[in-house]
Design a protein around this ligand. Sequence first.
Ligand code: SAH
Length: 353
Amino acid sequence: MIKTETILQRIYKAEDPRAADIEYLLSRESSDEVGMIFRFADSVRRAHAGDGILARGIIEFSNYCANSCAYCGLNRNNKSLKRYRLSHDEIFKSILKMVSLGIKTVVLQSGEDFSMEALLLKETIEEIKARFDVALTLSVGERSARDYRLWRKAGADRYLLKIETTNRRLYESLHAGMSFQQRINCLKALQDLGYQTGSGVIVGLKGQTLRMLAEDIVFFKKNNFDMIGIGPFIPHPATKLKNQAQADVSLTLKTLALTRIVTKNAHLPATTALGSIGKRDFKIDGLRAGANVIMLNFTPPEYSRLYEIYPGKGNHDGLIASYESYMRGLSEATGRPFDFARGDSLVQVTDNR
Ligand code: SAH
């Protein structure tokens, strides 16, 4: 216990935390030690990101995808999936719903839909920014620096692009035809363009060791990401990884907690995958182990069902009669209020990057 406490303090204070220390903490399994890690993360979250839970609204506007990521149900080899792209009116109707609830971040996400013209997305971004007082986040995968620049100029504020794993060999074994270096280049280009940039990983991939997860966390620290998404692997039946075990929830929560302790003020969502992996909604556990953000899904349900990156996605959200009562429930469970500010990067504000 004393050793765990000492190492927690050490990774919290370190500018350059050691992967071996983080690996040691990830390997802790007694409930006393795991509880200590979660409580430490919760206090770092309170001190550096405050008590407010930030709400983001996501619209999954297309499930077309040119990639074949081994874990993702949208992979192009999944021929049984009906593909869709939302119309202009469907997108704006969803945003109106979001805005009426007081949400001030719109996240536009899709598969890697290269037939989606960069110019069309640019026009959508401009219209959203002209009509609504919201921050706009894109999550549409790897594109050229030219496209990233066009969208940034059109008013996009933030971009999410998970590294998925920082182990090059594991990365390339999961992403046929893609390169790890290209992923890094995209993240760098996004940061250079002044996007508030989010990254993150999937926990529980076959072949992923605790050491690799520790290196992932060191990578987050080095790159000063504004946002980091940590989600558990959930096998999808129409993928190469269909027979692999789902992630261990406790390991996912430890990875989240240690990411909080090391990065201090990054925005960390209690991911939708955490809400989809079990019978219970583990997003609450995420909020208690370092997370400070919740994503609410505003894709029209008939399409959201087709945006099946993993099974059970949004199961819980599907049961939610109203987001207002859902948010009230999370607030009561955690004793923390929802914060309806834009929730811009804290990394940028403090580090003045
Ligand atoms: N096409 C975009 C958006 C991908 S979906 C992009 O590539 O950036 C968002 C995230 O879902 C992915 O980054 C990945 O981390 C996660 N994801 C996909 N399939 C998953 C699975 N089977 N289990 C857990 N997370 C998954």
